[in-house]
Design a protein around this ligand. Sequence first.
Ligand code: BG6
Length: 479
Amino acid sequence: MSKNIFPEGFLWGGATAANQFEGAYNADGKGLSVQDVTPQGGVPAHPGEHDPLITQEPNADNLKLEGIDFYHRYKEDIALFAEMGFKVFRLSIAWSRIFPNGDEIEPNEAGLQFYDDVFDELAKYGIEPLVTLSHYETPLHLARQYNGWASRDLIVFYENYVRTVFTRYKNKVKYWLTFNEVNSVLHAPFMSGGIATPFDELSKQDLYQAVHHELVASASATKIGHEINPDFKIGCMVLAMPAYGMTSNPLDQLAVHEFENQNYLFSDIHARGKYPNYIKRFFKENNIEIQFAPGDEDILKNTVDFISFSYYMSVAQAHNPEDYDSGRGNIMGGVSNPYLESSEWGWQIDPVGLRLVLNNFYDRYQLPLFIVENGLGAKDILIDGPDGPTVEDDYRIDYLHKHLVQVGEALKDGVELWGYTTWGPIDLVSASTAQLSKRYGFIYVDRNDDGTGSLTRYKKKSFNWYKEVIATNGGKLYE
Ligand code: BG6
């Protein structure tokens, strides 16, 4: 009996975000987004930092302004994805290409045309687009003028934006995600939610009210999308980070429970259509009173068709975190787990955690799942190979292989999974550090952290490996 259990039609592919790879930050009428003024990667809002980013202008040091120039090279890049056999390609629409300030009534035609061209190119190869509507790129004007999602006004602007793109692409795109890592707004309110108030001045009341605005907007987008095309599959996207108790002390398990509930809050509301009971106590004890406008309760009942998530790492939690090394991580963290190794950037590598995440989400909601980010950020060295410059990235193959084997285990456990897209199938600019040297790709891009480089693309060893994984629908993992 074959060990391979990946279902027929499984959507293999890769995932990107406009602000990290398109470049052309001001071309063809595009407005600025929060990323265009956050040269060091846009996670400015840490306690104690009074960040002046909101007042800054684009700075030439910011690698995201040029990205890897997908805007002008999309045909070459999509041809490479097709060569690997991609079934799906995740990209975001830059909101500020369509509505440069975010609050206009009429869209920018040149921005709409660009994505038409990209979707047509994908269609040529039979690659299904998976589109994130908002991936850490709120139009800057909305941050400056309205304080981002802290303002209820953004719901209307977002509805106008999503209605525009749903209508325009209703026959070209089927799979949509409303907000990238929607739970990250609790930790990086500027990058994630365009909220300009420095983190340590932002009250919990205002932060959770902003969360409410995003959740209402997300549910509203689901409703609008289904009205425009009932065949749309619209999902939420959360940052998944399973947590382990540092010890079997019940207080450590309670710390795990509280950490996980902070994240489950988002998927619970998206999947169940209402606030869970456990958050009521948290709100009460923190004097938070969410202002519901008339109709919000009904809007939230528009639940998602599937749950998607990013997965890079797990953490450990303890009731006394100060007694341990801190576990650095993707936007949120905990304490360091002594059983796990870490990437060069300190993210702890845990393939089994992915199996747990899949099982936990599926048990909780019985909704289809989609892994829309997973991968290893690593420093690559370009060497001369028989067919030209390449990278011997066995470490990346090893990471992905181990995670995919655990995906296979979860499939055997019975989870329903639509697909898997690795993060950054082509090197792009890191969200958290704004480096190009933190590379995730199967395709190397000649661009360095100082901005030099020809932007030429080279295939890494992992390129052929992933191609075979796809061609065998996962069978390669079991050779
Ligand atoms: C996720 C984001 O948090 O992690 C991506 O959705 C990001 O935008 C990815 O790039 C990897 O993080 P980083 O900081 O290594 O780019």
